[in-house]
Design a protein around this ligand. Sequence first.
Ligand code: MOS
Length: 741
Amino acid sequence: MSHQESSVISEKVTRVDGPSKVRGEARYAGDQKVDGQMHAVPVLATIPAGELESIDAKQALALADGIVVLTARDMPRLHPDLDNITVPPLATRHIPMQDNLILYEGQVVALVLAPSLALATEAAKLVKPIYRTHSYINPEHQVPQSADPARGNYSGSGPLDWTKGTPDAAYASAPHKVKSIYTQPSRHANAMEPSAIVAHWHDGQLTVWDSMQHISSVQITLAAVFGLSIEDVRVIAPHTGGGFGVKAFVWPHEILAAMASKVCGKAVKFVLTRQHMYNMVGYQPQMTQHMALACDEKGQLAAIRQDVENVTSLTDDYVEFGSAAARSFYACDNISISQRVKRGNINLPTFMRAPWDGPGSWALGSALDELAHEAGIDPLDMRIRNHADTEPQTGEPWSSKMLLECYEEGARRFGWRTRPEGGTRDGYWLRGFGMADCSQGQARFQSSAGLTLTAEGTAHVASSFCDMGTGPATIFRQVAAEALGLPLSAVTSDHGQTGLPAAGPTYGQSTTISTGNAVLMAAREIKAKLAAHLQWPVAETVMEDGCIRRNNERLSIKDAMKLMGMQEIASESTFALPGGAYVDMGAPGRPARSFGALFVEVLVDPDLGLVRLRRATGVYSAGRILNPLTARSQITGGIIWGWGMATMEGSHLDPERGRWISRDLAGVPIPVNADIPADLDISFVEEFDHEAGPLGARGIGELAATGVAAAVGNAIFDATGARLHDLPITPDKILGALRLV
Ligand code: MOS
């Protein structure tokens, strides 16, 4: 594609869904109303382990007419077709209300239906489950075990154990070395819109309005649950109010709502409360990462070890691949990683922005800073010295990587080389400076998009992708507008439902890099068809300013279509992956990642332990930037998310009762505007990734959430001399460490 000055791509276009959201017109899943619908409220187990002996629903049923209390006995059994559905897209093999076993606190034991939400809520409080208690297994206290791939489908996710070279020997003989353990608590996603579904079973078919990240996953999974054909399940999701991974897969509440609709013969609306979001969908697991790094006198890495443990449920092995960092970030001849799980009575964790590299970059980015200090080398020089010119695990060349340019530009903008000495005072505050690498792997998914050009000179994009508020509905119109030479206002789009060309999932910052390429390919096909009709060589044909042109011959789209006697030209394109794969992690032989360098200045109150983010400079290498406004918003969100991970967030388990102690936004603090400087310094290097796809773009959605916790921890060390190994770095930990320094 030519890089024209007037390009619609690369312009700061505001989101097409913005006005409808600001006006309150956007309809989310929970906003849907179906005549006669029932509201569902779950009754959740109050014990973490045991059996349900009986349920007394008399009082609940006596509250009013029209109340239904569903128990395991009332629910349909899962159809054997579900055995053919893998995990993912099914989030977990353990679907509640199929038997009496209770495996975690907050497991659904009954579902109360009523014509109003208030009535269902009241009735649910009156349902009395009787339990037999089993002994509780606290996952955080278990001995780490090998993960079992049969208990979760992680093919292609990365090895559970992997070694290159001789890391132990290299570590032993190196002059500089560090060994440390990094820990972090479980964290919940807290998406703005809690998960919600309206399920309507009618005439042997199922329609659901759902809050999700992938239409097809919900469709095929719900079809399998009931043994329906795919066509009998309709899925609609015009808006998703944030996902962060927690809406990536199909969770039990979606299945239970559909079952309840089938049983009661009415539509069932099931909107999770903020509290339900802590037990009924996934979260990022509590992790322990054992790091061992060594380098020579010049700072060249001699050995990297990253041994990672995470908690998981008793039924499924969710593996949080923090070790992706050791396998991919730095050039090193001797690398060793392992992944272990600790099983217990807890609901299942899942992917959460940024999975793998988020936790991985915290441990590795902090340990590398420790090593740099031990070796007396500037942390930036340490990174430049160990830059991975090729992918460390395979030795293959990157699709494109401009991290060195990010370092240089970031250091210049931030003033890294001329920064004041760490620990100097600014008034009352101790100042500290830190930096870290940002990096997130790329997944590309097979994705289709349709495009129609009309004789009126308008175009329409159609694809089933979900827009979680990140901007694909906007960007794909930009892509179509530029490729067809139309103004953005002439392009409309439809997305977020079955019946449209099937897009891949919005996981792993993959939608732009996947569906975006399908849109561009469809536009190119339309141009080729037009050129063929005009008998012009396509290479000489240009579409611009509402016209189609070849040298000095120029026709408006309207005239060209009239000339050909056509009302519209349609095309559907599939961004297919080599070998017919559904997903790959970069182009073949060309591993793909997005990269960045983050520099932060923090202030620490030496008496109160308060820590403040004074400024941050992030420079990112993510291929071509399609919309600088939505890209900046993504990065801003990532940095804020990272600040929360670094200094605030944590979901803690009651060690006796296996309960999440806090299940709301008061008990689990997340950053607010006052925590974040207004002028985050965010920029991108000029780049076009030819290997990632014809658009030249890579994903950025999860990139900026990586590296932040390490940069912040490194800056706190710079300010105070105290190295904090346990997230979040809260005032109590800072004060505790300052007493020891
Ligand atoms: Mo993302 S956590 O892969 O939705």
